[in-house]
Ligand binder design. Structure first.
Ligand code: ZN
Ligand code: ZN
Ligand code: FE
Length: 741
């Protein structure tokens, strides 16, 4: 990022001559001059590289002098000597924002101000190498002042490909039926004050925004988006305003104000100025700070927090072109704040949190994509298409995994198209000819069909094996571990629905050494949307008569469970959480994925003891984690009208105890002492912390997710790692692999 201009300035400062240029494997700096000056140049380059840059390795070679004339930045030539690295989108830097705020500055109020250190990258790149003519800035010709900055080695905008100003760069425009304001930002701010819903074009897509303190406006936005409960992200004007709503520790503050600026999940403080509908029944808040000068201008003028949620209809992909937004968001937004810089690649906001002092990504997107992660070995290149929920594809290129954008659920045709485009774009951008295509073992997944369409050798990777593999890559490991893979749904090689798995796994394969005792999953998708159905199934399995008799569908659900008609056995931990949440009266129906479990977690108060709640671990290979005593105890306590907050805490503690007990048993027979905690259930901070503390106290090494999401958004990385490993280690043990497709 700005490495060539940086090197140029550094060389001049040391009185050196030479040149700098990009090669596919990195940057080459050719310097000529006094021995001492070269040594000083080299040590300074190592000691303080440009911001946002990591030097992965430095190789020095001595060459005879060739009498350079000055120092040159060589333009990258397409396809030859070109860097295959695309930088991620970077939040506006403090210097640029200060210019935007400074009266008299020529960039005062200009919403597309950027420099060599900041601005959009990945989302505007059409091809490589990264030069202006291959971005969506290509149509904006520099004015004289911007051209001068671009060519001036002393300028912060020397070789800044996104350089622009109000004379030559992108412009805002407002589309509305209302009265015109004096400026686009003012018009939008006055509409927001009146409670309007506004679509705002950002870096990788549109947000739908409204006043986060206005209950009516938030209600309107929810109703129009058909999103009744799912928490909405809130953008605050600055850290100080956010500090009034939430406790922000140093790690979170650095993340919120840094160059990546994801949405960060933070503990909420009460009472709050935010409308209750922003995050109903939850104790945490998804917050972020302005990351473009446009956000900065709008938030500063508005002076209050804004709901800023993805600009899509529920279950549809993110809108990214002006026309698409205007047709898809019609009826949701009252007015549109548009601009004429196109989005080459749609990209959502990333979502992160701080877990035990470390940053953990729950959605890896803007600010991170397409940064590579080291695989720890080298294999033939390929493409992993990811899973069908919370999809994110991933490339493998030699020794790295390159996670692609978060695409989301692939149910709709539009989403499938976006996914196909995202895969094709990743391959083209990084110049990868895939030697293999990896996909989920599920025969009915969209990704499986797409993988077939590529006509390359296919590698099917079992869902929970991919979860464990993604955690291994995240922790830079390739060894065999105990993998506790708990989530809602994953296709098992035996045709049943897995989700409460204990695996012994490495990148070559896995063995299912334990699982939650299966119960019938009554009626497929309906059981996911209506947790009470899972409660019926778990209650009947535990020998307790269900108390859902009042429900019109009760008789048919109970019959399904008893007779095993229209059911599949499932070991799902997510469905067990659903059942327990329903038993506690948290909810019988969900409107978003994981809602029952998330609200159960928010309810939990004391978690220091499981007091009589117990999930026995029995059997051998596979071990069986038997939830029946827990279900019986919860049903009895609910009948006695015990405090639900207490019960919710005990449930989490009992399940964490069961994880520890299962891992102990596996350690006894295998000697393994490293445990990967992975899968969507470990989006629960409570379950993760309770399990990790217990395991560490019992001398296990715990591998948690950090850079790769624990949920299905990480599966692409896991699939890529397994496929790359298998194709580069043909001797790997196929007896422990996923079984027949
Ligand atoms: Zn900047
Ligand atoms: Zn200009
Ligand atoms: Fe999963």
């Amino acid at each position: 990022m700005g490495f060539r201009p940086f090197t140029f300035r550094l060389a001049l400062a040391h009185g050196l001559k030479g040149a700098v240029w990009n090669e596919p494997w990195g940057v080459v700096v050719d310097v000529e001059g006094e021995e001492a000056a070269i040594a000083a140049f080299e040590s300074e380059l190592q000691r303080s590289p440009p911001p946002e840059t990591t030097i992965e390795g430095l190789q020095v070679e001595r060459l005879p002098p060739i009498d350079h004339q000055g120092f040159a930045i060589r333009e990258s030539a397409e396809g030859h000597g070109a860097s295959r690295r695309v930088p991620p989108d970077l939040a506006a830097c403090p210097e640029c924002l200060s210019e935007v705020d400074t009266p008299g500055d020529r960039r005062r109020g200009y919403p597309f101000t950027s420099c060599v250190r900041c601005g959009p990258r990945y989302s505007i790149v059409r091809g490589l190498p990264y030069d202006r003519e291959r971005t969506t800035m290509a149509g904006f010709a520099f004015c004289a002042a911007c051209a001068h900055e671009y060519e001036d080695p002393g300028s912060r905008r020397f070789h800044a490909q996104t350089n622009a100003c109000s004379d030559c760069g992108p412009r805002l425009c407002v589309v509305s039926d209302g009265p015109r304001g004096t400026s686009a930002v003012e018009e939008v701010v006055s509409a927001l004050r009146k409670g309007s819903v506004v679509a705002i074009k950002g870096i990788g897509g549109f947000h739908v925004a409204c006043d986060a303190t206005n209950e009516e406006a938030v209600g309107r936005l929810r109703e129009r988006k058909q999103r009744p409960d799912k928490p909405l992200a809130v953008m605050f004007p600055d850290l100080e305003a956010l500090g009034r709503e939430s406790d922000v520790d140093a790690t979170a503050a650095a993340l919120l104000t840094g160059s990546r600026r994801p949405i960060v999940l933070l503990p909420r403080r009460k009472p709050t100025a935010l409308a209750p509908q922003v995050a109903p029944r939850l104790r945490q808040l998804g917050a972020f700070l302005p990351y473009t000068p446009l956000h900065h201008l709008v938030l500063r003028a508005f002076g209050r927090p804004l709901v800023m949620t993805s600009g899509n209809r529920s279950d549809e992909p993110l809108a990214s072109s002006n026309d698409e937004a205007r047709s898809r968001l019609r009826g949701i937004a009252d007015l549109f704040l548009l601009h004429d810089r196109d989005i080459a690649a749609p990209l959502d906001d990333s979502v992160a949190r701080v877990l035990r002092g470390r940053i953990q990504l729950l959605r890896r997107a803007r600010g991170y994509v397409p940064e590579p992660l080291p695989l720890g070995f080298t294999g033939p290149p390929g493409l992993a298409v990811g899973a069908d929920l919370k999809n994110a594809p991933c490339l493998a290129t030699g020794d790295s995994a390159v996670p692609g954008p978060h695409v989301g659920d692939l149910e709709s045709y539009e989403a499938q198209e976006v996914h196909t485009d995202a895969c094709a774009r990743l391959l083209a951008l990084l110049g990868v000819e895939p030697a293999w295509i990896a996909h989920d073992l599920h025969p009915g997944y969209h990704g499986t069909g797409l993988a077939q369409a590529y006509g390359r050798p296919r590698i099917a990777v079992q869902h929970h094996h991919a979860h464990v593999a993604s955690c291994l890559v995240d922790n830079a490991r390739t060894d065999r571990v105990i993998g506790v893979a708990w989530d809602g749904t994953g296709y098992g090689p035996d045709g049943t629905v897995w989700g409460g798995e204990v695996l012994v796994a490495d990148l070559s394969g896995f063995e299912r050494v334990g699982r939650i005792r299966p119960v019938p999953l009554p009626g497929g998708d309906a059981a996911v949307r209506e947790p009470w159905r899972m409660a019926v199934s778990h209650l009947l399995a535990a020998g307790v008569e269900a108390k859902h008799g009042a429900h019109p569908a009760y008789a048919s659900v109970a019959a399904m469970v008893r007779e095993g008609v229209n059911t599949v056995p499932t070991s799902s931990a997510g469905r067990l959480f659903d059942a327990l949440a329903s038993l506690l009266g948290v909810r019988d129906r969900v409107s978003y994925d994981g809602q029952a479990a998330v609200e159960l977690e928010a309810l939990a108060e004391r978690t220091d003891d499981a007091s009589g709640y117990h999930v026995p671990v029995t059997g051998e290979r596979p071990l069986e984690l038997d939830p029946r005593p827990l279900v019986r105890a919860v049903a009895e306590d609910v009948a006695r009208e015990a405090d639900p907050g207490l019960l919710a805490g005990r449930i989490h503690a009992a399940l964490a105890d069961a994880i520890l007990e299962a891992c102990r048993r596996v350690r006894q027979t295998t000697g393994l002492r490293s445990v990967a905690l992975t899968g969507g259930c470990f989006e629960s901070k409570l379950l993760t912390v309770l399990a990790a503390e217990r395991l560490e106290a019992a001398d296990f090494e715990v591998l948690l997710h950090g850079r790769v999401p624990p949920g299905d958004g990480g599966l692409g990385v896991g699939q890529a790692a397994v496929a790359a490993w298998r194709t580069s280690h043909p001797e790997s043990d196929s007896g422990r692999t996923e079984g027949a497709e």
